[in-house]
Every structure is written in structure tokens, then in C-alpha cells.
Design a binder for this molecule. Structure first.
Ligand SMILES: Cc1cc2nc3c(=O)[nH]c(=O)nc-3n(C[C@H](O)[C@H](O)[C@H](O)COP(=O)(O)O)c2cc1C
Length: 177
């Protein structure tokens, strides 16, 4: 079984999981920009990992747009996000990123990453500042914040990191069993 891990990461969380998975499987690892379909043809197992941006999986098109060429391989996609792992969040991610046809060939996993405002690009910082203002205005109006919103506000001042090597176990088990 020859496996490859491909990742797209803006602040390092998806990269960290990709490295852990590659290390465990003794697989090759590439950043998504280095990947060509030719290069992938030698692998039996392809694992792609990217971070969540408004529920979209950053970089996943390398798999979804080439599904016809890849569907004979074992395909795994994981996403990292700041949100806790919940069944309804996971279903929303699957339905937003994969058609029903693609879901037949791709096994999806959600691995909680974290949030590091300081490492974001200027554009992403602006987007996240707008979100922060929205949450703060909700609070000012006397509305009760959700647990996730409270966590998100705290994360602007201090990076949060929920990555744990243990989280990759279900992916490793799925691939090796
Ligand atoms: C503009 C923007 C949108 C985001 N949207 C989501 C989201 O929909 N769900 C989520 O869980 N996290 C979201 N996040 C948080 C990132 O997915 C999270 O920090 C992730 O772990 C980053 O991984 P990376 O370092 O590999 O890029 C968002 C972050 C930014 C900057």
C-alpha cells in the first residue's frame, strides 16, 4: 500500500495533522501546490487535509475536480477548523464540499485544529475582525452568546490549539484495517 498525504494550510494546523499522518503511515507528503495528477498516479491511498473557511475545505478541489481520475484509489479528506467536532457540523461540511456522487468515493474526517489570529493574512484578519464586531455587538445588545462565540472571542487575544496526535487514530485505523 503506497500512501500520500497532501495538505493546504494557512496557519499550520492542517499541516501539523498531515505531518503526523504521513509519519505514522510512512507516507510521502506534499503541499497541494506541488501536486500533479501524474504524480498521484503511483499511489493507492490519497489523504488530503485542508482548513475550513466558511465551511469550505481549503484546497479540496484537487480531489473533487479530479474525482474521475482518482476514484479507484482509497480517498480520504480531513478538514481542520476552530469549531468543536459535532455531528451536525460534520454533516454540514460534507454536504457543502462534496456532491452525493463524490461522497461515495471520499471518506471524510474532521480534526479540530485551532485558531491563530496573529498568523492570518491581512485579508483574513479583516474578515475575522468583522466577525468579532458582530459577536461583540450581539453581546452589547444583551443577547446570550453561544459557547462557540465565547470561545471565538477569547481566541483573538490568545491563540488556541486543539490539535492532538490522538485525533489521527481513526484515520490511521480506517486506512490500515
Ligand atoms: C476567514 C476564516 C473563516 C473560517 N471559517 C471557519 C469555519 O467555517 N469553521 C471552523 O471550524 N473554523 C473556521 N475558521 C478557522 C480555521 O479553519 C482554523 O483556524 C483552522 O484550524 C486553520 O487551519 P490552518 O492553520 O491549517 O489553515 C475560519 C478562519 C478564518 C480566518
Amino acid at each position: 500500500m503506497k500512501a500520500v498525504v497532501i495538505y493546504k494550510s494557512k496557519t499550520g494546523f492542517a499541516k501539523k495533522y498531515a505531518e503526523w499522518i504521513a509519519e505514522d503511515l510512512k507516507a510521502d507528503i506534499f503541499e497541494v501546490s506541488k501536486v500533479t495528477m501524474d504524480r498521484l498516479s503511483i499511489y493507492d491511498v490519497i489523504i488530503f487535509g485542508g482548513s475550513l473557511y466558511a465551511v469550505g475545505i481549503n484546497g479540496v478541489k484537487v480531489i473533487t475536480q479530479n474525482i474521475n481520475m482518482l476514484k479507484d484509489k482509497k480517498l480520504i479528506v480531513f478538514a481542520t477548523g476552530a469549531s468543536p467536532s459535532k455531528e451536525d457540523t460534520i454533516n454540514e461540511i460534507i454536504n457543502k464540499n462534496f456532491t452525493l456522487e463524490q461522497q461515495k468515493y471520499i471518506k471524510f474526517f474532521y480534526l479540530r485544529g485551532g485558531f491563530n489570529y496573529g498568523k492570518l493574512s491581512i485579508f483574513d484578519k479583516m474578515l475575522m475582525t468583522l466577525l468579532k464586531w458582530k459577536i461583540e455587538s450581539k453581546k452589547k445588545k444583551g443577547n446570550k452568546l453561544t459557547f462557540d462565540e465565547i470561545g471565538m472571542l477569547a481566541a483573538y487575544d490568545k491563540p488556541m490549539d486543539f490539535t492532538k496526535k490522538k485525533n489521527i487514530e481513526e484515520i490511521i485505523h480506517y486506512i490500515t484495517s
